[in-house]
Design a protein around this ligand. Structure first.
Ligand SMILES: C[S@@+](CC[C@H](N)C(=O)[O-])C[C@H]1O[C@@H](n2cnc3c(N)ncnc32)[C@H](O)[C@@H]1O
Length: 145
């Protein structure tokens, strides 16, 4: 078994044992450990949230003073305390739902949308982009193949 597959397998098992819906949960946990994106009392919008692994982690991190809303085109099984909207993130109704659910600005938007419609995606930083600049480009090739 390749190392990458063994690692995936490890996190899948761990997710099962700890009651998370996907091994993605551990990606957000790790990111939050390094960057402290989400904290107690935060209002968090989770775009592309199904099956809900990140949403579960966000819910724990914000605690009972925070709020979490998840959006996905796929069905997401209920997560206590979370407002889940079944819609595409670019639909007008989502904007309305965000305003009415949070009633103020959100602290964090987390987004794990995947692009199944492309054959290949690649992150790149052209040489003409200054090193200190945070610019990063995502090249998406082979639409609809
Ligand atoms: C990698 S999964 C997200 C996994 C999730 N973060 C978790 O931890 O369980 C990507 C999700 O993006 C959703 N998605 C893709 N395009 C979307 C769109 N336009 N609007 C809403 N959701 C979308 C897919 O349905 C899929 O569930």
């Amino acid at each position: 078994m390749k190392l990458i597959d063994a690692r995936k397998d490890h996190y899948r098992k761990l997710a099962h044992e700890e009651g998370y819906r996907s091994r993605s949960s551990y990606k957000l946990k790790e990111l939050n450990k390094s960057y402290r994106i989400i904290g107690p009392g935060y209002f968090v919008l989770d775009l592309g949230c199904a099956p809900g692994g990140w949403t579960q982690v966000a819910t724990k991190l914000v605690g009972n003073k925070g709020k979490v809303m998840g959006v996905d085109t796929s069905f997401v099984e209920e997560i206590p305390g979370v407002h889940i909207v079944k819609a595409s993130v670019d639909s007008d109704s989502v904007v309305e739902e965000v305003f009415s659910f949070f009633g103020k600005k959100v602290n964090v938007v987390i987004c794990d949308l995947s692009q199944k419609k492309f054959m290949k995606t690649k992150r790149t930083k052209p040489q003409a982009s200054r090193k200190p600049s945070s610019e990063l480009y995502c090249i998406c090739l082979g639409y609809g193949n």
